[in-house]
Ligand binder design. Structure first.
Ligand SMILES: [Zn+2]
Length: 475
């Protein structure tokens, strides 16, 4: 498979080396680490921290970019996004600079520690290496380097990029009448990368499930068939304000800080609580504040600007408080762009050659550019969805591991019992209604969706109480 991978990688403009990227070859993670990280706040010379505040061998891209810009004042735009204007390479001699080795056309042949450093600082080189690996390259330690817990998500991102890249280049060659061998090579690489991507996504999912299972979060408990527990839970849901006040009072009695018992009404509130409690390491920097305050149009410009470059990423978009907006805006932008990119939907990049019609060279070039941008937006959306998933996992894990979790659970349990004591009539009414569905004492077998039954019971409870006491759960 992919026998001529090396040749086509060398001939490949989009993934090849270019004068303006030469400096990256001489960059070391240890040099990047001499500046503080603008993303995670890691101090100078300290490793970056994950969202769960663990040290990671991966550098935040924002840190690398800031370092590179400071040191070389480089233009890091993608080769295919750059205006066709040949500029001289930036001067690389100067105080503190070591001699730059010539760019390696096959980075996967570098000593492993150099390779680890390279993929740390250069996304496009990571893309080259994961592609070579997908096409059959084997090497001791490479699998762990690319798909170990530190880098698996970046490698998935790089595989997504490489898959789109091969597909679009194949499409262009098919539509403009390229050489059949070249087209077959690109198609083979595309297939290999696609398969590796799917495998790696499954691997990531297995890792998540193992971690959540070890923490006791998975499997989710089945809905209770105990009518006493269900009646208690529905009473609490019917009287949410009273229940929350009780939980807070009982939790305070157990010595829990108010911060740990704040009732959460929205996702941003939940994230903020996790940051405030120190469960997530995600400093809300000036860059994040500015991003949060942008209006729709300015935010849109920001995500398109980020999509226009692969090696220089906008880390602020990955901040937990920005993630949901980023994903939603990406989806909207994709929907608007789909017709001009000739993509029937926004789920993935469909194969243009299956519905080809004649086009002039100029039309083809324009379409090619649109599809490049469309593909990157798809890649970014996948990234945002992965980040949201891991954020949610992380918040669940953090809550679960915090000492407040068990105490809060006890407080919740006691609050339900107290509500039953305070409102025996309401509780009894729910129990009596549920009794119709009991197969034996206390065991339920519901014949209709729970939500429907609950709504009917809440209507009846409202009628039992004065109008001004109707539950906010029903409003
Ligand atoms: Zn960092």
């Amino acid at each position: 498979m992919c026998s001529s991978f090396d040749d086509s990688a060398r001939a490949d403009g989009a993934l090849g080396t270019s004068p303006t990227r030469r400096a990256l070859w001489n960059l070391r993670s240890s040099e990047v680490a001499t500046i503080a990280c603008p993303t995670c706040g890691a101090a100078r010379r300290a490793p970056c921290r994950t969202l769960w505040d663990r040290p990671t061998t991966v550098l935040h891209r924002g840190r690398t970019i800031r370092y590179v810009k400071m040191r070389f004042a480089l233009d890091l735009a993608e080769p295919h996004e750059r205006p066709v204007r040949h500029r001289a390479a930036p001067p690389l001699s100067g105080p503190g600079l070591t001699a730059a080795p010539a760019p390696h056309p096959q980075p996967w042949r570098l000593p492993l520690h150099e390779l680890a450093d390279l993929v740390n600082v250069s996304f496009l080189d990571l893309a080259k290496v994961v592609t070579a690996h997908a096409c059959g390259l084997q090497r001791t330690g490479l699998d762990e380097l690319l798909f170990g817990p530190d880098r698996i998500e970046q490698s998935i991102d790089a595989l997504t990029y490489a898959m789109h890249d091969r597909q679009i280049r194949r499409e262009v060659r098919v539509l403009s009448g390229g050489r059949p061998e070249e087209i077959e090579d690109l198609a083979a690489q595309e297939r290999a990368v696609r398969e590796r991507l799917r495998n790696t996504e499954r691997r990531l999912k297995r890792q998540r499930i193992a971690e959540l299972t070890a923490a006791g979060i998975l499997p989710f408990p089945a809905p209770t068939d105990d009518s006493r527990r269900l009646a208690r839970a529905w009473l609490g849901r019917y009287l949410p304000d009273e229940k929350e006040a009780l939980v807070r009072r009982l939790a305070a009695g157990k010595g829990l800080a108010p911060l740990a018992t704040v009732h959460i009404r929205s996702i941003p509130e939940k994230i903020t609580r996790c940051i405030d409690n120190g469960w997530l390491a995600a400093p809300v920097t000036d860059a994040v504040h500015q991003l949060l305050e942008l209006d729709g149009l300015a935010f849109r410009r920001r995500i398109v600007a980020d999509a226009a470059q692969q090696d220089a990423r906008d880390d602020a978009l990955c901040h937990p408080l920005v993630l949901n907006r980023w994903r939603d805006q990406l989806t909207e932008t994709l929907a608007e762009m789909a017709p001009s990119a000739e993509n029937a939907h926004t789920k993935h990049l469909h194969d243009l050659t299956l519905t080809s019609r004649p086009r002039s060279d100029a039309q083809l070039r324009r379409l090619h550019n649109r599809r490049r941008l469309f593909a990157v937006l798809l890649q970014r959306r996948s990234e945002s969805v992965r980040l949201i998933t891991s954020l949610n996992d992380g918040m669940s894990l953090a809550e679960r591991h915090d000492p407040s979790y068990e105490l809060l659970k006890q407080a919740g349990d006691q609050a339900y019992d107290e509500l039953v004591r305070r409102h025996p009539d309401l509780y009894r009414h729910i129990r009596n209604h549920l009794a119709r569905y009991e197969t034996r004492y206390g065991r339920l077998q519901l014949a209709e969706p729970r939500g429907q039954l609950r709504a009917r019971i809440y209507d009846e409870l409202d009628q039992m109480r004065p109008a001004h006491l109707a539950s906010p759960a029903r409003r």
